[in-house]
Every structure is written in structure tokens, then in C-alpha cells.
Unconditional design. Structure first.
Lengths: 102, 213
């Protein structure tokens, strides 16, 4: 099986497991404030790391290229409270323009 | 009934993001079939973007699955909140589990009574599921027609989507510090460790930071 299928099915299985377990365990099990706090923070850490790696690296090198223009647009759009699709597809357009011009 | 109307309009708005996922996944070299399978079976936006993002950056399947799974843990906590309201068993519980996501839980918990909560949960869950999968297919097929993804900005689409996913979560001093720290920490690891590890290792920062109140 290719890495693509393993990733697709593995991620699906893991995500479903968490959803199903949550419906099946007593509420008190996960009520600990520490569990709640860490649960809120994990996405913040992973998503920030994903922004960094997806925008500023190429394999094992740190790079600044056309993607930074796109991501900067996205940040500006979210600051301006524009809707998600506008910010994300706008970022793609800005990045593509810089890529084609350089 | 306004719960149903609200659920459906939210579902459509959220479902449109599926096109961004479809495009991002194909840009990360997943096939259209694999991309659609992820949206149908994983059905959790952040986890999906993360898994294909890690593979797209050269990471292994284990890092991709672990990162996607960690982003999926919150659905489990939503399920804990929803279970006493839904009171479902057997096959119905399996269906309820699959559509337990940010939006279905959010709409359910925003209602004033249990009946509306249940309606909001099911309508939003199914609504997002339908639109998310339709738009995933549209995004994947469209992106597959492009020869050089960078020329259409698809390589910037993914990090931009992650900005959008993290943005509403930056609501405390702690979350700002953690975001900045994780950003720098991941970049500092990139030259030295295999792809995927810099991302998943920032979960440790979250655990350390969340340990104390």
C-alpha cells in the first residue's frame, strides 16, 4: 500500500476512534481541567507549526519565497475579518502572481 | 424552523472550504480518489489538512497520521459533551460519532433546549458532511487539471488555510505565546530531523504549557 493510502486510512481510523470513544466513555473521565486545557492548546501548537513548515521550508531548508506573500495576505485578510474562502483563495492568487513575476 | 435553516446555511459556508482541502490534497500528490476517501472517512478539516500537509512536506505516514490524530482528539471531547444529549446506540452511534465535529457540536450547544440541540447537531453534521464532500471532489478535480501547482498558488493555499484554522483559537495570552513558540520551534528543527517530526513535536510544548493552570 502506498504512503498515500496508509495516511488516508490511518488518519481516518484514528480520528473515528476518538469520536467513537468520546460517545462511549463516561463524561467524568475527561472532565479534568488539565485534560481540557491541553486539548485546547494542542491544535494551537500543531497548526502554528504547520503554518511555519508549509510556508517557510523546502524539504530540509528554510526559505522565504512567493508563499510568504500569500500567507501575509491571508493574515491581513483574517485581521480584516474577511471570510475564510476569500482569505485562502486570495492568498493563492497573491502567491501565484509573485511566483509568475519572479 | 430556524434551527434547520441556520444549520444548512452554516453547512454550506463550511462545506465550501472542502474545495480548498481537495486542491491542497491533490497538490500534495494524493489522487482524487484518495482525497475523496479522506473527506468521507476522516471528516475533520484540521486533521485532513494536517495529514496531507505533512506528506506534502516529505514526512512519513506515521508523522502524518499522528499529527492528524492529535488534531482529532478534540472531536472526542465534543463527543463526550454530545453523548448525554443524543443518547444513541449501535449503528446510530457510529453515524453520530462520524459527524461529531466543531460545527455540529457548536450549533447543538448554542440552542436553548435539548430538542433543538439534537436537531442542530444532526442537520449541521449531515449538512457539512454532504457539502464538504461535494466541494472536496470539485477542488480535487480542478487542481488535478493544473500542471504547475505553484503557478496557481496552491502551495500557499495550504499554509493560508492553517492560518485560518489557528486564527479563532488565538484567544488568550497563553495561546499567543504557544503559537509563536511552536512556529519558531518547528522551523528550528526542520534542518536537523526528518520531515513531519518538527510539527508533531510541538504537541509537547502544548502539554508543557497546559500542565499548570
Amino acid at each position: 500500500m502506498s504512503i498515500y493510502w496508509i495516511t488516508a486510512l490511518g488518519t481516518s481510523a484514528a480520528c473515528f476512534l476518538f469520536k467513537y470513544l468520546g460517545h462511549s466513555v463516561p463524561e467524568s473521565w475527561l472532565a479534568h481541567p488539565r485534560v481540557q486545557r491541553i486539548n485546547v492548546l494542542i491544535p494551537v501548537a500543531l497548526l502554528s507549526a504547520l503554518v511555519a513548515v508549509q510556508a517557510f521550508t523546502d524539504k530540509t531548508k528554510l526559505v522565504v519565497d512567493h508563499r510568504m506573500a500569500g500567507v501575509s495576505f491571508a493574515v491581513a485578510a483574517f485581521v480584516a475579518k474577511l471570510p475564510f474562502p476569500v482569505a485562502v483563495f486570495g492568498a493563492a492568487i497573491v502567491s501565484a502572481l509573485v511566483y509568475r513575476l519572479s | 424552523m430556524s434551527v434547520k435553516r441556520d444549520s444548512l446555511s452554516l453547512s454550506f459556508a463550511v462545506g465550501v472550504y472542502g474545495a480548498a482541502f481537495g486542491a491542497a490534497s491533490v497538490a500534495a500528490h494524493f489522487s482524487v480518489l484518495q482525497t475523496c476517501a479522506i473527506s468521507l472517512l476522516t471528516f475533520s478539516g484540521a486533521s485532513q489538512f494536517a495529514a496531507v500537509g505533512v506528506v506534502g512536506a516529505g514526512g512519513g505516514a506515521f508523522s502524518a497520521i499522528a499529527t492528524g490524530a492529535l488534531l482529532g482528539t478534540r472531536n472526542g471531547l465534543y463527543a463526550v459533551r454530545m453523548a448525554p444529549l443524543l443518547k444513541v446506540r449501535g449503528a446510530k452511534r457510529i453515524v453520530a460519532a462520524q459527524i461529531t465535529i466543531d460545527e455540529s457540536t457548536g450549533v447543538a450547544l448554542a440552542q436553548n433546549n435539548e430538542k433543538d440541540s439534537r436537531t442542530g447537531f444532526w442537520w449541521t453534521g449531515f449538512g457539512v458532511f454532504i457539502f464538504w464532500n461535494i466541494f472536496t471532489l470539485i477542488g480535487a478535480v480542478s487542481a488535478g487539471l493544473l500542471k504547475d501547482p505553484a503557478a496557481y498558488g496552491l502551495d500557499a493555499l495550504v499554509p493560508a488555510a492553517f492560518v485560518g484554522l489557528v486564527w479563532p483559537r488565538l484567544n488568550s495570552k497563553r495561546s499567543y505565546y504557544l503559537a509563536a513558540f511552536a512556529f519558531v520551534f518547528a522551523l528550528s528543527l526542520v534542518p536537523y530531523v526528518p520531515a513531519g517530526i518538527p510539527i508533531i513535536s510541538t504537541a509537547l510544548l502544548a502539554i508543557l504549557m497546559g500542565w499548570r493552570a
